[in-house]
Design a protein around this ligand. Structure first.
Ligand code: MN
Length: 264
């Protein structure tokens, strides 16, 4: 059975009348579908009750890249270099995360998604790496989107090392913000050479990983290579979602059996 994967989206003006339209790079959908997931898009236009309903039905959640997270959510004043924010999207994603965390479904958080996850769990962010930190690594890459840009090191023995099968990564980089204080229930397990956190994992939640880069773009670059760490991340995510779906359908089948035996 294909697991249902809720994927978050944003809004952007579109068409000849510049009306707000739902927006998502289709690579996220492809990366979920290719290993066997079924992507369901969650938009900032959904009612809060529908957000909960969709995530209640889902077997996995992907928090995607996009705008900066509103600094008020982690107790900071906006920095002059803060980029555009989208409070409606922040709210929708917070609500989705709340349900996902309660149910224990697999969560894959990408770029802004990883920052959102960290903030939702009580962590903080750098609002702008170049002005607040400087550093030797350019995190808004100066190369085409299909190219990998900087090195990253994975903590030995971590969940991400097991998924990637590698302690040394070469990743793309499209971010000007970064995780500052890691949330208490997360652990940083991937870093760039300047110390910027590039990957986190949940300490208590079942399958929960965040990456600061865009693995869905790496997928487009090397579609056939099963050793590709980006590809392995999506395969591991969908496998975890499949297992979650299996567990819940087994539980439902058991409950039905119990009802039948009770009736007997
Ligand atoms: Mn980076």
């Amino acid at each position: 059975m294909r697991p249902l994967i809720v994927v978050t989206t944003t809004l952007a003006p579109s068409g000849s009348h510049n009306l707000p339209a739902v927006r998502l790079n289709v690579q996220y959908v492809t990366a979920v579908e290719e290993p066997g997931g079924t992507a369901v898009l969650l938009t900032p236009g959904h009612d809060r009750e529908s957000v909960c309903r969709l995530v209640e039905l889902a077997h996995g959640l992907v928090l995607t890249g996009g705008e900066d997270v509103a600094p008020e959510l982690y107790g900071q004043e906006p920095h002059p270099e803060l980029g555009s924010v989208n409070p409606l999207r922040d709210q929708i994603e917070m609500a989705a995360l709340e349900v996902a965390l309660r149910r224990g479904i697999p969560i894959l958080a990408i770029c802004r998604g990883m920052q959102m996850l960290n903030v939702a769990l009580g962590g903080t962010l750098y609002q702008d790496i170049p002005s607040q930190l400087g550093g030797d690594v350019l995190h808004e890459q100066d190369a085409p989107v299909t190219q990998r840009w900087h090195r990253a090191d994975v903590k030995p023995g971590s969940g991400l090392e097991a998924i990637f099968g590698n302690r040394e990564l070469f990743i793309n980089s499209f971010h000007h913000q970064a995780v500052r204080d890691v949330a208490p229930s997360l652990e940083a397990t991937v870093w760039a050479e300047d110390g910027i956190v590039e990957g986190v994992e949940g300490k208590e939640h079942g399958w929960m990983y965040g990456v600061q880069w865009h693995p869905e773009r790496g997928e487009a670059e090397s579609p056939a290579d099963e050793r590709d760490p980006d590809r392995r991340l999506f395969w591991a995510f969908i496998q975890a979602a499949r297992e979650f779906a299996q567990t819940t359908s087994d539980a439902r089948a058991d409950a039905t059996t119990d009802l039948v035996s009770a009736a007997d």
